[in-house]
Design a protein around this ligand. Sequence first.
Ligand SMILES: NC(=O)C1=CN([C@@H]2O[C@H](COP(=O)(O)OP(=O)(O)OC[C@H]3O[C@@H](n4cnc5c(N)ncnc54)[C@H](O)[C@@H]3O)[C@@H](O)[C@H]2O)C=CC1
Ligand SMILES: O=C(CO)COP(=O)(O)O
Ligand SMILES: [Zn+2]
Length: 360
Amino acid sequence: MSADRINLLRTKVFDKSKWMQLPRDVVIGHGVIEQLPAICEDLDLGDSVLIISGDQTKDVAGKRVEALLSGSYDTTIFTTSGTDYLDTIKKAEAASAEVGFVIGVGGGRVIDTAKIASYNTDRHFISVPTAASHDGIASSRASVPTADGNVSLSAEPPIAVVADTEIIASAPHRLLASGCADIMANCTAVLDWELAHRLRGEQLSEYALTLSRMTAEILFKNADLIKPHSEESAWIVTKALVSSGVAMSIAGSSRPGSGGEHKFSHALDKLAPGKGLHGEKCGIGAIITMYLHGGDWEGIRDSLRKIGAPTTPAEIGIDDETAVEALLAARTIRPERFTILDMGLTQESARELVKMLYRE
Ligand SMILES: NC(=O)C1=CN([C@@H]2O[C@H](COP(=O)(O)OP(=O)(O)OC[C@H]3O[C@@H](n4cnc5c(N)ncnc54)[C@H](O)[C@@H]3O)[C@@H](O)[C@H]2O)C=CC1
Ligand SMILES: O=C(CO)COP(=O)(O)O
Ligand SMILES: [Zn+2]
């Protein structure tokens, strides 16, 4: 082989690089919110902190975080009220620019707001989930609705995750069940990723894919243990959410945890705003996408039922025709993300699927 050829190959091998951004401290357990002052001190993030929290979650934990930190830091609370998500993010960003670091205390929207605001202002961010409802609690991605549909953005990965199982277990059970469904949906997201790899040559990360699938499998295995207001359940689900978020951070995209079932969910966000939680819609979508992949769709449906998550659009107030529309509109959401729903589903077959798979 000529020296030129060897050098070419060398270049090919060695020009590969990857930047994985992962949390430094992950603290999960009973009462761990009390450890926030010690965690902040250890991380040495500055003298002032912006606590981003929601209308409800401020009372659940936001004010408590402020009380815990106000002795040592200049604290400001930013409340993410209102429906204009992008405007809220802009305001949170302006407030973040005034402080040393940011803490997000709340559900998925609050955590995503804190993640984007801290990313755009180059501040560190600590994730304090008040519910185990989504797998963004530890990831470096944020999911944002725009006029052109939902987009997945690079965002600040939390430098620390502080997940208090006492708080999480006290949240409405629906939120925990939704988080389980978001993770269970990983099993179809990875099938879509493999499909795109085989059909389109899309790059796969074996590690991210395996971690994502394994996380879903562990949850299917433990579905019997998921009970309302149990700290053991909060513990199992929160660990799975962290693991799933790490898979996304390894991949550098939400691909390991977001396939056709997520595109269906994002289509519903537009067609039926305010109906159903994110994870609930993904779980409902995964029943159909698993059927289309020829896999165990009944297994997904039964596990969702076991943990108390909805399995039909009707259960979240969405009629069958809107579900059909969402299945067809899924291909318009992130068209670059190829999934089983991008393979030519017709209106007639979408109607048949909805009728057949979404029986009570
Ligand atoms: N960045 C990422 O990788 C991911 C982001 N997401 C995003 O996260 C959002 C979905 O998150 P969700 O938490 O389902 O929705 P959400 O943030 O809208 O919260 C749902 C509701 O739960 C309430 N809540 C939270 N904790 C509570 C508690 N302890 N007690 C009582 N009420 C409580 C909130 O106030 C809110 O009314 C979506 O915007 C979705 O796109 C979802 C998955 C991954
Ligand atoms: O929700 C996600 C993973 O559960 C990721 O969100 P996107 O569908 O916006 O990429
Ligand atoms: Zn999701």
